[in-house]
Design a protein. Structure first.
Lengths: 318, 77
């Protein structure tokens, strides 16, 4: 249906040829834009209707005072279903620290949350198929689990800003949510507007980049430079490229789609996706308010190495 | 007169939330006392981890994301 819409607008109405660069780029853009928009609205609305979206405050309650392996697993799984705007990472970090949640577990949450979420999962399945979706999610969860564990070994507590330890969290009375059908609908629709309002630019940018790649990058160039395991450096290059490039997990998917379509190696694509979603300069600068430079470097370093291992690993076996 | 606090350390959504509340109050012809709380320690003292948060007369009515217009009207009246 969405492919048909792309064909209709790009090839029939605008009369572009399917072989032309512009034509195939535009067809890709329209197809992905319509598909992702429809999926986004549906998923966010349904999750909102079920009020299935968790708040960080609830995650904190679930995770505190649990044995470490359980705390970490919960933090990652809950991180994956908690919609969380990186602008909240400072209060979130402090709230976790205040609850006595180990720093390594907090890092695991901070890694998993931007990389994996239910919205991105559904769109991954819709665009790349469930196999690739499962691969991405499984590697993301693994990186979050072990990445946080390794960061903990470096005793990052010494690099937390002093004022963080002094803050104590209060417990003010909260209003109960309206759970009538009308209330649920209003909440769900509001959620759609709010989340779309926040991420639409990343999604459109991702689709545009994907479309450019799809239309303008020749396959021969791809197979020479980004192809198989002969080019060991294409994986670290993908990770490096992902650091200044920032998008949310949903916006990354069309880029991955276009690259896989041109035959870029699977591991290289996964490494790029993870790096774009989870390693971003602006987010790290926000974290600088609560942790000092060595901890930030540790965070970025461990993640970069983990993403490279994921990339090389998949390139070897695929 | 209701006292309303917008909790948020200067993020774009926090400023928009404060403006939305001001605008809605003006439309309803209500006088309110609007205060922006930007200090992280103070924000956390309300038990809020996702900003922007909204506190009406000492009760947290909202946390995380932009509030809905209808909800704002409910808080004010």
């Amino acid at each position: 249906m969405f492919e048909g819409l792309g064909n209709l607008i790009a090839y029939q109405w605008l009369g572009l040829s399917a072989d032309s660069k512009l034509g195939s780029a535009l067809q890709f853009f329209i197809m992905d834009l319509s598909k992702i928009l429809v999926l986004l609205i549906l998923v966010i609305y349904i999750m909102g209707l079920l009020r299935a979206l968790l708040s960080p405050e609830k995650v904190r309650e679930f995770v505190r005072n649990k044995p470490k392996w359980l705390a970490r697993s919960l933090a990652i799984l809950l991180g994956a279903v908690t919609p969380f705007c990186s602008c909240s990472s400072v209060p979130l970090f402090i709230g976790f620290v205040e609850a006595g949640i180990p720093l390594g577990v907090t890092f695991s949450f901070l890694v998993a949350s931007p990389m994996i979420n239910e919205v991105a999962a559904v769109i991954l399945i819709g665009i790349l198929g469930w196999k690739l979706a499962a691969l991405y999610i499984a590697s993301g969860l693994t990186v979050a689990y072990f990445g946080g564990m390794i960061m903990e070994r470096f005793k990052p507590e010494r690099w937390v800003e002093d004022y963080v330890w002094k803050i104590s969290m209060g417990n003010t009375e909260r209003e109960k949510p309206d759970t009538s059908l009308g209330g649920r609908h209003r909440y769900a629709w509001h959620e759609v507007k709010e989340i779309l309002g926040r991420i639409w630019k990343w999604v459109v940018m991702g689709i545009a980049l994907g479309a450019l790649f799809h239309g303008y990058v020749p396959e021969a160039w791809v197979s020479e430079y980004l192809g198989g395991e002969d080019n060991w450096w294409s994986v670290p290059a993908a990770v490096l490229l992902g650091i200044p490039l920032y998008s949310n997990a949903t916006g990354v998917i069309p880029i991955a789609e276009a690259m896989l379509g041109k035959g870029v190696a699977l591991g290289t694509v996964l490494a790029l996706m993870m790096s774009i979603a989870a390693l971003s300069l602006p987010e790290m600068l926000i974290l600088r308010k609560v942790i000092k430079w060595p901890a930030l470097a540790l965070y970025a370093g461990v993640l970069a190495i983990a993403f490279m291992l994921v990339g090389w690993g998949f390139n070897l076996i695929s | 007169m209701k006292t309303i606090k917008v909790l948020g350390s200067g993020c774009a959504n926090c400023k928009t939330t404060a403006r939305l509340i001001e605008k809605t109050a003006a439309e309803l012809g209500l006088e309110i006392k609007l205060e922006k709380v930007e200090d992280v320690g103070q924000i956390m003292s309300y038990g809020v981890m996702s900003t922007p948060g909204v506190v009406v007369d000492g009760k947290v009515v909202h946390a995380g994301g932009l509030p809905d217009r209808k909800n704002i009207q409910q808080w004010l009246t």
